[in-house]
Design a protein around this ligand. Structure first.
Ligand SMILES: Cc1cc2nc3c(=O)[nH]c(=O)nc-3n(C[C@H](O)[C@H](O)[C@H](O)COP(=O)(O)O)c2cc1C
Length: 210
């Protein structure tokens, strides 16, 4: 089981696509979404409010996965949910996208929501905690908090596209970032072609390699 947490930063589509990919791979997902995340989904994805009563509802309207049976959703204030406890077994927690507020809370052990509590537990139990921080530019406080998280054992995976895949659409960029997170989780995917498969070929001349 993988916990996917969507906090209130720009790019909630990243978390939604990650959930869809994991479900399509037959992976059980526990999802948590903050209230600001819900509002940003409504704004950025122009999702009608009636589709936002739950992630399950939103995913069912997107029709990108047939495995909604593998999705459990928890309220961000529900500290009775399994992920809040250190005794629950799960493979990893991914905060995608991670707002600077949520990062600050995790970095300081301020576990006042299910998202921050789950990360707090993951770090103390030495489990995988992957954070996809979304802000630019990053200020000193943000950088210090990210360093604290990395020192505590979290993996920091900024949502920075690689242009060597020659993205043509926003979906291409989203897939690239979600693919990077899946790489970190050790999951197979075909969201972008790996460098060694397609790009090197004969396209890059000897001169460019030098
Ligand atoms: C449209 C919109 C986009 C936002 N984007 C970001 C962002 O990219 N990064 C960030 O740190 N905060 C962003 N915020 C501000 C956060 O939503 C705000 O700090 C909130 O308290 C985060 O709460 P949460 O981490 O509990 O979800 C955004 C807010 C709005 C309304």
């Amino acid at each position: 089981m993988i916990v996917v947490a969507i906090s209130g930063a720009s790019g909630p589509i990243l978390g939604i696509r990650l959930i869809e990919e994991l479900l399509n791979q037959g992976e059980a997902v526990s999802a948590i979404m903050s209230e600001p995340a819900r509002q940003i989904i409504e704004y950025e994805m122009q999702a009608p409010a009636e589709h936002l009563s739950s992630l399950t509802k939103l995913l069912s309207t997107r029709k990108k996965t047939a495995r909604l049976d593998l999705l459990e959703e928890y309220d961000n204030n529900d500290f009775f949910s399994p992920a809040a406890s250190g005794s629950t077994r799960y493979e990893a927690v991914v905060v995608i996208p991670a707002s600077m507020k949520t990062i600050s809370a995790i970095a300081h052990g301020y576990a006042d929501t299910l998202i921050t509590r789950t990360c707090d537990v993951a770090l103390k139990e030495k489990r995988r905690c992957i954070v996809v921080p979304r802000e630019t530019p990053l200020g000193m406080i943000h950088l210090e908090n990210l360093l604290k998280l990395a020192q505590a054992g979290a993996d920091i995976v900024p949502p920075v596209p690689g242009f060597y895949t020659r993205p043509k659409t926003v979906d291409d960029i989203v897939n690239f970032i979600v693919g990077k997170v899946l790489n970190m989780l050790g999951k197979e995917h075909s969201l972008f072609e790996r460098w060694d498969q397609s790009y090197i070929k004969n396209e890059v001349s000897e001169n460019h390699r030098k």
